[in-house]
Design a protein around this ligand. Structure first.
Ligand code: PMP
Length: 411
């Protein structure tokens, strides 16, 4: 078996990320906040610069060379995304601002059409606010009910309870592929299969999955899958909603405006075909360039190698922090990816974050936009170190030293 070092040449990869070589308060930056946003390699930054220095123009309607180049690049980005998640067709890829908008689009279009009074929407207890609030808004508007599948103390979805909640009134299931606060990898294939056996469609929030593992939407057979560019080494402000064409074609538009129409009169407007029906207004074109470059970059490394390396690093980190007195890991699921959430007895997570920051170590503290999940564990917040493929064992060792310092100061 290959060692983690052999799987990836991390020192070489780190050189692609200009931001990582900086010092913070005179200490080498240790960036462990990748679940919030990941850093960008040079090819992503250069691709966006290329748009602004060479191709800047509006897309789809231009007849001049710049617009044709930009349109081609933007549509090529769509094909890259299609291949990245193995979607059957490029028209099933809708560019959105990010995961949050992807979920709002499905709730506001598919949800508004299919959910009525007394119907149910099923989510899980570990969802990010972005996969709770859009459904709550819909429930309020329609008089529908939000049902929540519970988890166990390790942070794993209770599949029997989930199955029991799939009822005759369930109109859609919406669950995270990977939890941002716990790192739990949900058995999404099984979740989809159980829902489909009752003809219930499923949306997967893939925000924390795509940076860490190979995603194949045909293999998962999910109806919708959404993710953010900025968590997968691409720009902020661009993301993706994959939807099965059979759904997207029947769904009403989410927003009205330019590009999403095929003809407009004051009497009647006919809508464009998918995906454009859902892409009103000028999109984030440079974001498309950047996202395509991020996919090329990840493809060149290989998602399998990334997954394998990070798995080893997470195991190393879990072992390394386990020896720290008073430290409790929140989220100990058998299948985890990228996230190490913890509390330190008697010390507020914000104090942990502040001391670590002075050591040049960036982690996140708080409720991680998952307040109901924090309530489930009876805690207000956790400290969370989240990994990317450019993180190293040496950085984990720095984290451990930093945590020992936190205990010295507050313990
Ligand atoms: N879902 C999950 C699981 C997330 O981790 C996040 C980002 N923290 C989101 C949704 C929302 O993503 P964005 O803010 O990029 O829309």
């Amino acid at each position: 078996m290959k060692t983690a070092r052999e799987v990836l040449d991390v020192p070489a990869l780190r050189k692609d990320f200009p931001i990582l070589s900086q010092k913070v308060y005179g200490k080498r930056l240790v960036y462990l906040d990748n679940a919030a946003t990941s850093q960008k390699p040079r090819p992503v930054i250069e691709a966006m610069e290329r748009f602004y220095t060479q191709d800047c123009s509006n897309i789809h309607r231009g007849v001049h060379a710049l617009s044709e180049r930009a349109t081609r690049a933007y549509e090529d980005a769509r094909i890259k995304v299609q291949q990245f998640v193995n979607a059957p067709e490029a028209r099933e890829i809708i560019f959105v601002r990010g995961t949050t908008e992807g979920i709002n689009l499905v709730a506001g279009s598919f949800g508004r059409e299919h959910v009525g009074a007394g119907d149910e929407i099923l989510i899980s207890e570990m969802e990010h606010h972005s996969n709770i609030v859009p459904w709550q808004i819909l429930c309020e508007e329609k008089g529908a009910r939000l049902r929540v599948a519970p988890i166990n103390d390790r942070g794993e979805l209770l599949m029997e309870e989930y199955e029991k909640l799939l009822g005759p009134r369930t109109r859609i299931v919406a669950v995270a592929h990977v939890s941002n606060a716990l790192g739990t990898v949900n058995p999404v294939r099984e979740i989809v299969a159980l829902a489909h056996s009752r003809n219930i469609p499923v949306l997967i929030d893939g925000a924390q999955a795509v940076p860490h593992r190979k995603v194949d939407v045909q293999d998962l057979d999910c109806d919708f899958f959404t993710f953010s560019g900025h968590k997968m080494f691409g720009p902020t402000g661009v993301g993706v909603l994959y939807g099965k064409a059979q759904h997207l074609e029947k769904m009403p538009p989410y927003q009205g405006g330019g590009d999403m129409i095929s003809s407009v009169t004051f009497e009647k407007t006919t809508y464009n075909k998918i995906p454009y029906k859902f892409e009103a207004g000028t999109p984030y074109i440079a974001g498309g360039y950047g996202l395509a470059a991020a996919i090329d970059y990840l493809d060149a490394i290989g998602m399998e190698a990334i997954g394998e390396y990070e798995h080893g690093l997470l195991e190393y980190a879990t072992r390394a922090v386990s020896g720290i007195p008073g430290l409790e890991i929140i989220g100990t699921a058998k299948e985890k990816a990228g996230v190490l959430s913890f509390t330190l007895d008697g010390i507020h997570p914000h104090d942990i974050g502040t001391i670590l920051d002075q050591e040049g170590i960036a982690i996140r503290t708080g409720h991680h936009c998952a307040q109901p999940l924090m309530d489930r564990f009876g805690i207000p917040a956790t400290a969370r170190a989240s990994l990317a493929f450019y993180n190293t064992k040496e950085e984990i060792d720095q984290l451990v030293l930093g945590l020992r310092k936190v205990i010295e100061v507050f313990g």
